[in-house]
Design a protein around this ligand. Sequence first.
Ligand SMILES: *Cc1c(COP(=O)(O)O)cnc(C)c1O
Ligand code: SF4
Length: 345
Amino acid sequence: MIRTPVPQASSTSREKPARAIWQQELADSIRDIDRLCDLLELPTAIREQARAAVRSFSLLVPRDFVARMQPGNPDDPLLRQVLPLAEELQPVTGFGTDAVGDDAAQRVPGLLQKYAGRALLITTGACAVHCRYCFRRHYPYEAAPRRLEDWAPAFTVLEQDASVREVLLSGGDPLTLTDDRLSQLIDRLETIPHLQRLRIHTRLPIVLPSRVTSGLISRLQASRLTVFMVLHANHAQELTGDCATAVRTLVRSGLPTLNQAVLLRGVNDSVDAQVDLNERLIDLGVIPYYLHQLDRVAGAAHFEVAAATGLELIAALRERLPGYAVPHYVQEIAGEPHKTPVKVL
Ligand SMILES: *Cc1c(COP(=O)(O)O)cnc(C)c1O
Ligand code: SF4
């Protein structure tokens, strides 16, 4: 089922447009530790440590995602991705605030380029969920452009550099933009003749499936650019219910759809969890693209899995799944000209 925005009964030009269902759901997301713990019947000890850790990076999780968690289970793999823990506050050597070299890769405000032929536009600092392991949890989004005019320098660079064939919309999450804003941005990119492809990196279809509206899909289908969707799911349990329906809708709309996951301790660091995730993805028609080694960002050290373990998981996947279901296991090394396959040193 594709959810369409609520029809506007008596709209005049002065009234604000009615909010789409997904915008309402985003506004109703859980931002309070006690709310989350009440909904999931979690013990008091968890609340206390969560309250301390939340100060470094706020809690945000849509109800639809919470509904896919198992009540009473502090180790639930979906909960672990969003629940602040005391471990986040422990400084760990090697874990810093610019783990992936974003500062050095900025060409102009809001435009990063690390690799040949493709450039990444920071469309917004907003996400629909705050993932505790996020490599951008310390990104200085305040300095990123907010309005279409603010992206002018980025568009100029893209216009003048014919070697760029692909633009990645990232953030934050580009699908937190309204259809209107997103469409304006795409309109502008479509005027740049050498651009061929648009890639949308988003977690919204996973955490807020109502974002997959017919309006969004038609705009992307109508683009002269070839649009790739890159989703971000880490566990098979995310790909159930409304989310499975939304992902199928995307796939059946004809947009090539890939997934990237992050290897996370206590979430997906077992053979069964990896087999289930990647098989579930291909069952839905989504190609597993990358499995990322965790970026070493301050506050996320407790999620790290040893590279040797990751390589064993990949070897096990090769034995159990079709070749196209096995993601590339990569890490981002600042200054390298591409994502680097993980090897044990
Ligand atoms: C990861 C990344 C990309 C995309 O790399 P692919 O290997 O093409 O998926 C592009 N630009 C930046 C800045 C990135 O961090
Ligand atoms: S959705 Fe992506 S960018 Fe946003 S917090 Fe999660 S990992 Fe970070």
